[in-house]
Design a protein around this ligand. Sequence first.
Ligand code: COA
Length: 576
Amino acid sequence: MRILLIAGAFNSLTQRVFAELTDGGHQVGVELVTRETPLLEAVRRHAPDLVVAPMLKTAVPREVWSAYTCLIVHPGPVGDRGPSSVDWAVHLGVDRWGVTVLQANDEMDAGDVWATAECPVPEVGKSDLYRNEIADAALAAVHSAVDRFASGAYRPRPQRSFTAAEKPGRVRPPLRQDARRIAWRTDPTATVVRTLRAADSQPGVRDELLGGTWFLHGGHPEDTLTGEPGALLATRCGAICRATADGAVWIPELRPPRTPGGPAPVKLPATLALGDRLPPLPEIPAPPEPWDGPPAQPGRPRTWADIRYREDGAVGFLRFSFPGGAMSTDHCHRLLAAYRHACTRPTSVLVLGGCRDFFSNGIHLNVIEAAPDPAEESWANINAMDDLVHAVLTTTDRLVVAALGGNAAAGGAMLALAADEVWCRSAVVLNPHYRLMGLYGSEYWTYTLPGRAGPEAAARLMDRALPVTAATGQRLGLVDRIIDCAPREFAAETARLAARLASAPACQPRIAAKKANRERDEARRPLAAYRSHELARMHSNFFDPDQPYHALRRAFVRKEPAAGTPAHLAAAGGIG
Ligand code: COA
């Protein structure tokens, strides 16, 4: 079928719908729309059989929905209406939510229902929920709606025909800052964490801190540290710890409010954002094997760490999770130190990643944007990423598995490719390219990507700059194993498979062969040669004022809306 996606942004859900429908053999086009887009004209140009809107904040005009069947993906159960559905799901602390695919008509979110899907709501931030459980439900509903439409026989159900039990949703207003306020003196940790998570990653919770107004982004419970409610207690790896009525929370990132006429401020690691305003506080490192599981586990107080290492027999697990998958120079240095430590341990398999949500999206564009000299910071960051990737590539005494519970892009995707095996949850979307940020790219991609996919496919991936599913990644040689499981099962499933890999008779011979392969490759062309070639190109991307990188980065981190459909997407679908 010819399917046109219309969306406000080519966001993660739209990317996944695009990539999965393309895999399914459909011809898929994309139009990014704003209120000003002449939508009928755009849709006519594509002449689609069906229009699908995975993430649309504006209404579809009558002249479009009356001429074409338009399916809207609404991230809420049947009957739910309003622009803050996922925020409400987290804010209310519900344990189940849903997605409804409905037909556009005159009334927003009120059209006939083509498909629905339910999902659990774990204790995670809103964006994590959206990219994982909600996205899984959305894709299930979209596939079934598309199949039903293709059958020609299906009649969507009017919402009024649903019983009360089948239609648990209701109209909900936008969740504004007034409803998100934290009462530090009286709110217990559970309430504070839920409030922070309902606003994570955007818009954050507006609050007063050290005499100024800040938006707080992200929140994790801390059971050991306590103090005067509202007081700052400690720092850890760029995050601040703040006391609640009955405990404390870790807040990883802060954003100042926008000044009138000024550019949109960027979200930064909290201690970096506060800078000199931060009073002297103890930097308290995470305990060994920090616990972030369910509350009230006897003897296991909860705390937060962005990097964790643990062992189970012959397998080491180096887990990391950075907001937005962005890895600053500091994140890279700390992860490299943890990686080096993991390599001193007597294991034969080392699993890198394995958490839910983003694996990595490469260098930290926000930290770079906020640096006194963004070109210098870009340079430091890419060198730190390269050092980390180099350590992975030159690990010859054990097998390294990159385990991607969530998406990876740019240098973050290349970090995964440095491992011996790349395992992905089936829902993962990969963006193995750099061009959209005006970068040539590094992370030894000129060694790993053609090595895995072959030179032609590597060049095509780089040039087309489109997202691919894990399944396509596997077909191209980028992915070795697909783990078809729910987000919450990924860590355990990875651990089970890694234990099997470590105990397989082939494990030790593979380690020996890997060492020999690395030596052979090094003799053919040293890793240093790949790195210096890539970094020469990156140096000019960063330091040549005529290069587009700085303007593209600024637009990305300041969230400037795209002016129409970018050329690489307009050319993507092969329809229209
Ligand atoms: N640096 C800083 N922040 C980043 C980031 C990066 N490299 N990559 C993603 N983020 C942030 C986004 O700003 C966004 O923040 P928000 O939640 O506060 O709005 C969050 O992570 C999620 O990203 P978003 O773009 O909303 O997710 P998506 O799934 O729709 O798209 C990408 C994912 C990776 C395609 C897109 O974020 C991207 O192009 N990132 C830049 C990749 C890159 O060029 N890296 C540098 C070269 S190595």
